[in-house]
Every structure is written in C-alpha cells, then in structure tokens.
Design a protein around this ligand. Structure first.
Ligand SMILES: Cc1ncc(COP(=O)(O)O)c(C=O)c1O
Length: 345
C-alpha cells in the first residue's frame, strides 16, 4: 500500500529518510552481526565520533531524543539534584516527565524569550547550595539549536560552561538539531561543544535524515562510567545496533549531515524572507537554524492548517512554528508562502 504524502512545514521529524541513509541500512542488512553493539558497524561509528569530537569521547547510541536526554541526564545526577533549563526546553515541555521520572530530579525552568539561557538568568535560580532542605542544582541543560530556532554562539556556550564548572555543575546539551547549529555557525562539533566545555551531548540524527537514532556523547569521559548500565535500564539499548550505527556512518560520509542541515537552514531563510513580505504576518524569532516562528492571524489558523498542517507554539500570541527539512525544496517553500499570502489577502 502506498499513500501520497505532501511535504509540509510541521516538523523536521515529518521528513523521510535520506536515500544515502536508507542505502546504508540496506547494505548493512547482510549476514549475521553480534547484537547490542558488538558489531563492526558500531565499532566504526564509535571511532567516527572519537575522530570528530576528539580522543577519549565515549558515545552511546540510543533510539530517540527523549532517550538520549534521559540517559545523559541520569549519568550526571542523583535524585536530590535539580536540572536548570528554559521553560521551552524539550525536556521540560515535551517529554511527558521522562527526565523527572528517570532522574528523580526537579527541573528548574526559566522563562527566556528566545529559548536561550544566560549566566545572569541562571544565577537568579542558584539558591540554597548546600542546604539539605533544598534540591541541589547539578546540571544546566541547553538546547542547540533551541526550540525557537535560535542559536547559542560559541562564546555564549563557553560562558555558561565556565559558570557551571565554577559552581560545581555540569552542562548538558540537547542537540536534537545540533547539525543545524553547526551549519549555521560554520564551525565543527568539537570546536562548538568540546572546546567550550560541554560535558554531555544528546547528538541528533532523526531530524536530519536518519530513520531513527541519536547518540549520547560524553565529551567529559569521566562521566561515562555508568552510562552503559543506565542505557540498558532505560530501555535504550538496541539489540540490532548495527542498523543505528550504519546510519551514523552514512551521516558523516562526505559530510551528509552538513549538506542536509545547511539546506534545511537555507530553506528556512527563504521561507522567512517570503513570509516577512506578507503584512499580516510577523516573524517573532531570529531565523538562525531551520525553524521559522511566525505570528499569524488567529482566525486563519484552521484554514491554513487544512492545506498544510503545522503546530501553534505559542497559543497566547498565536505563533506558528514552520520547520524546514533536508528534503524541503525551493518550490515547496514558494508554494507554501504563495498559499499563505493568498489566503490572508
Ligand atoms: C529539542 C528537541 N529535543 C529532543 C527531541 C527528541 O524527541 P524524540 O524523543 O521525539 O525523538 C526533539 C523532538 O522533537 C526536540 O525538538
């Protein structure tokens, strides 16, 4: 059975699998390979992460982004700790309480208009250190690129890491869209994350062309000693690991990750340019990665959604989120923008 599916701007998760990734899965589908990561594809993919992030990097493949966050955060915390994040953070808003359930930690969420934490904002919530009646802040969790499509510069990341370490805390980065951030900043993963002092990264693949699969990357390898147990107990250890690993090998081959992410970012810029020419619309966040956050007339939401489904991210101001993907074509952007302009005219 085959359904004809139109491209939309609802989510980069809604795009399919990149053909080179699908081919890699197909090519890995021969003979028998030992399970749970003891296979040559996984060995090669783990080496690739060490090549990219530097010697000593410890990587653990998992099924999904929530799983990556949960495994990474568990490795950094005990149940009396707290994790500082933004109000909009995926770990706070969109993971059904999984981080709280698996870590036992309280999330301290801070309202940040652009979904970016900063030292000043974090400082206001750093209280009662050493007081046994209060949770102890242990991790600062950032999302890069953020849930609002914005990006931390290298200096902003370094400042937060320096502050965290100076206060005995760790830094976790939810990198579901880390490739979009690297493409936008024009720097490598190591330079952006390891060299700035990030401790643990949830490295995203699914939103950038993989079928499924993310990686928990310990840039501070001392923190990885219990990760293999945590991953298994958190139900994130794949028996047929070779199919996750083969996808990552394809992802890094000839910089597929960069081509996909750069393209998605460019499509978002194109969309933002076109939508900003429509007087009834207002782009409310800087377009720095592959998302466009756009205030639309409330009464038109349903009409637009019928033709192109999308999510409203901010009910109060009726802000829609439009995401571009590795497979968004210029004509998709142009047709969507023309449709919106016509519907609002
Ligand atoms: C910022 C962010 N983190 C993590 C995830 C991963 O979530 P999932 O568990 O659905 O793969 C997503 C997916 O929407 C996301 O947007």
């Amino acid at each position: 059975m085959q359904f004809s599916l139109k491209r939309s701007f609802a989510s980069d998760n809604n795009a399919g699998i990149h053909p080179q990734v699908l081919k890699a899965i197909q090519e890995a589908n021969t003979g028998h390979a030992r399970g749970y990561g003891s296979d040559p594809y996984t060995e090669a993919a783990l080496q690739k992460f060490r090549d990219i992030f530097g010697p000593g990097t410890e990587t653990f493949f998992v099924f999904n982004g929530t799983g990556a966050n949960v495994v990474g955060l568990q490795a950094l915390t005990r149940s009396y700790n707290a994790v500082i994040c933004t109000e909009a953070a995926h770990i706070n808003e969109d993971e059904c309480g999984a981080p709280e359930k698996f870590t036992g930690c309280k999330l301290i969420d801070i309202h940040c208009a652009d979904a970016k934490l900063n030292v000043q904002a974090i400082q206001t919530r750093l209280k009662h250190r050493g007081d046994e009646h209060q949770v102890q802040q242990q991790v600062i969790s950032l999302t890069q690129s953020t849930e609002f499509g914005t990006i931390y510069t290298r200096d902003q990341l370094a400042a937060i890491c320096e502050f965290a370490h100076g206060h005995g805390m760790y830094v976790h980065v939810d990198g579901a869209r880390i490739s979009n951030a690297a493409a936008s900043l024009g720097i490598g993963f190591k330079e952006m994350l390891r060299d700035t002092g990030v401790d643990v990264l949830s490295f995203g693949g699914t939103k950038n062309g993989l079928m499924l699969g993310e990686a928990v990357v310990f840039l501070n390898p001392e923190l990885a000693s219990e990760a293999k147990f945590i991953r298994k107990q958190s139900m994130q250890l794949a028996s047929k690991m070779r199919y996750l690993s083969a996808q990552f090998l394809a992802f890094f081959e000839e910089d597929l990750w960069l081509r996909n992410a750069s393209h998605a970012n460019a499509m978002a810029k194109r969309l933002a340019d076109k939508l900003s020419a429509v007087p009834q619309l207002e782009i409310v966040q800087a377009v720095e990665a592959n998302g466009v956050f756009c205030k639309i007339p409330r009464e038109m939401t349903e009409t637009l959604q019928k033709e192109y489904f999308f999510y409203i991210f901010d009910e109060k101001d009726n802000v829609a989120r439009f995401m571009c993907s590795w497979d968004t074509r210029e004509e998709d952007v142009d047709n969507f923008a023309a449709f919106v302009a016509q519907a609002l005219a």
